[in-house]
Design a protein around this ligand. Structure first.
Ligand code: SF4
Ligand code: SF4
Length: 242
């Protein structure tokens, strides 16, 4: 199974030590064109964005997102809605209305972080791809030379990568369930609620006094991960008994 942040074309793999030129600045004629691609959200992205908007995940997801099921793996995923002109729902006249809380894949662009799991050892393999085909993007191949690390640091990706790496244990574990279980609508819906609609999930099951919902977004993802992995374990146990 492979996880990447952008379900559309995400470019060609580049060596970890390679550099690339990129410069995005106001006034370019391509302004906002990059905000017409499909933007996949991780739970940490959702936590940051819904916090920025002072909403809970239920309201955020129904107002700004579309949710789908990956037909191959059965795992749910969430993308940002687009306006009628195909641009992202958060694109304003002067750029991203949610710039400080923009999601991981917007921060990474023109890079994409692609993660594979070695089928035999279970080891995570992280690679970076560089968008090279987006002819509309005037920033590609211009401006300063960036290393992958330097570019990610400039875009504040540290906390995102830490939380997203934790989250990835969930789809990779889910993918080990038998195909018939992964395609079960009830299972998909439960997993979606626990992983992406976590505020509502906690509200529903928060009667359990043992669950103290952290205010810190990273701690929140630690809790979401632990609950989702337990849920998958229970599902495997129950469904395989049937
Ligand atoms: S979230 Fe912001 S940066 Fe990302 S696609 Fe939407 S408008 Fe563009
Ligand atoms: S240079 Fe590229 S990233 Fe910047 S606004 Fe234009 S299309 Fe978007």
């Amino acid at each position: 199974m492979t996880w990447h942040e952008n379900i559309e074309d995400f470019g060609k793999e580049i060596a970890p030590d390679s550099t690339f030129r990129f410069e995005c600045r106001p006034g370019l004629s391509c302004f906002g064109m990059c905000c017409s691609t499909e933007i996949t959200l991780t739970p940490y992205d959702i936590a940051r964005m819904r916090g920025h908007l002072s909403m809970d995940t239920g309201a955020f997801l129904s107002t700004y997102c579309e949710t789908y099921i990956d037909p191959l793996t059965g795992f749910p995923f969430v993308v940002l809605k687009r306006r009628e002109d195909g641009r992202c729902v958060f694109l304003g006249n002067h750029g991203c209305n949610l710039y400080e809380s923009r999601p991981s894949c917007c921060r990474n662009y023109p890079l994409a972080r692609v993660i594979d799991e070695d089928g035999k050892t279970g080891k995570r393999l992280i690679k970076y791809c560089l968008q090279q085909e987006a002819t509309y993007c005037e920033g590609l191949g211009r401006g300063p030379d960036w290393t992958i690390g330097g570019y990610c640091e400039m875009n504040g990706l540290g906390p995102y990568e830490k939380a997203n790496d934790l989250f990835l244990d969930i789809p990779f574990t889910f993918n080990r369930l038998p195909y018939s279980v992964r395609q079960d609508r009830e299972v998909q819906s439960m997993v979606f609620e626990a992983v992406f609609n976590f505020d509502r999930f906690f509200e529903k099951y928060g009667r359990l006094p043992r669950i103290a919902v952290p205010k810190d977004n990273h701690e929140l993802i630690v809790l979401v991960r632990s609950i989702a992995l337990n849920l998958i374990k229970k599902i495997a146990h129950l469904k395989l008994k049937d």
